[in-house]
Design a binder for this molecule. Structure first.
Ligand SMILES: [Fe+2]
Length: 338
């Protein structure tokens, strides 16, 4: 393991893809390289200009790097929304958000448009209220905030591995209920941001999904064990709320130790691609009232499987929310545009 920031020649496992080219008398394309960003997570990829028609060996290089480093970055790319969708489709099948409409003119893009300084500023993995939640997400920065507005990622495989054995054994046996209702990512700003509370209730949670996930899943591609945590969790199954909160805080505090995370400061055009089965992420809502715009695509994943071989279960699937519907989404959208 080389210290962060040091330039690496790429992993020996990727050499085979370029070996034949290196024997050719013709000039071979530049080989991609990785710069690691931290001891436990993250790498920046150089030498690849992202486009939907990348050669297969580049797609393979990126995907394997994502599996190994959990999140990979590309600085100042030039993809537009359509190209982002097309590139995403090279890595899997795109899936739309189940309650939030895709960005105008796109099929699957989830838009993160911040006004009034709001952002998803608590730890989560994307859409874990679904049994088969996305395997990966690809996020593109269109307009960074003039300051602040970074995104943090944490490695939930390294977090599990670093737990003392008794805590690993406890985690192996725990299950948690995840839901899109009461998603508390406004906890720091909700009191002064009623519009966002309305949006959360009337759009994000207009239809309810709930899933029972193991706290530890076995990664279907790497075989690694990772913690499934984050703010879509309502509570641990079979625990009362105080005990549930205490235990979840214990595991989350391990997962989000600074040594287990990295911080990415966005520039326009930047792309991040992460393994949503092996990470948590959150934004930092420290950019005042400035706008901040990013777009995301997500790739279909499969239902987690626990260490003893049991799959996650969807408990509530796409039910109207009778409790928090303050306005219809249509009414809300009309009022928001007025
Ligand atoms: Fe997210």
């Amino acid at each position: 393991m080389l210290p962060g920031g040091e330039q690496l020649t790429f992993d020996i496992r990727y050499l085979w893809g370029f070996a034949l080219m290196s024997l050719s008398p013709l000039a071979a394309p530049a080989q991609p390289t990785l710069t690691r960003l931290g001891g436990n997570i993250g790498a920046e990829i150089h030498g690849i200009t992202l486009s939907p028609d990348l050669p297969e060996q580049d797609i393979d290089f990126i995907y394997k790097a994502m599996l190994e480093y959990k999140v990979v970055f590309f600085r100042r790319q030039t993809l537009d929304s359509a190209q982002q969708e097309q590139l995403g489709a090279r890595f899997g099948t795109l899936v739309s958000h189940p309650t939030v409409a895709s960005a105008k003119g796109t099929n699957h893009i989830f838009e993160l448009k911040a006004r009034k300084g709001r952002a998803a500023n608590t730890w989560h993995a994307d859409m874990t209220f679904m049994a088969s939640y996305p395997k990966a997400s690809i996020l593109r920065c269109i307009q960074p905030a003039p300051y602040g507005g970074a995104t943090l990622w944490a490695n939930t495989v390294a977090a599990y591995q670093a737990l003392p054995k008794p805590l690993q054994e406890l985690a192996d046996r725990l299950w948690a209920i995840h839901t899109n209702d009461d998603y508390d990512h406004t906890d720091l700003i909700a009191e002064r941001d009623w519009e966002f509370v309305q949006w959360s209730a009337n759009v994000f949670a207009a239809r309810i999904f709930e899933t029972r996930h193991p706290l530890v899943r076995v990664h279907p591609e790497t075989g690694e064990k990772s913690l499934i945590l984050g703010n879509f969790i309502k509570r641990l199954a079979d625990f009362n709320l105080p005990d549930s909160r205490t235990l979840l805080e214990l595991f989350l505090s391990h997962a989000t130790r600074p040594e287990n995370t990295l911080t990415w400061h966005w520039q326009a055009g930047d792309i991040a691609m992460w393994d949503n089965r092996a990470t948590l992420h959150r934004a930092v809502a420290d950019f005042g009232d400035f706008p901040r715009l990013l777009q995301r695509v997500t790739l279909v994943g499969d239902a987690p499987v626990s260490t003893d071989g049991r799959a996650s279960e969807q408990i509530v699937n796409d039910q109207p929310n009778p409790r928090v519907l303050l306005e219809t989404p249509h009414q809300w959208a009309e009022r928001a545009q007025a």
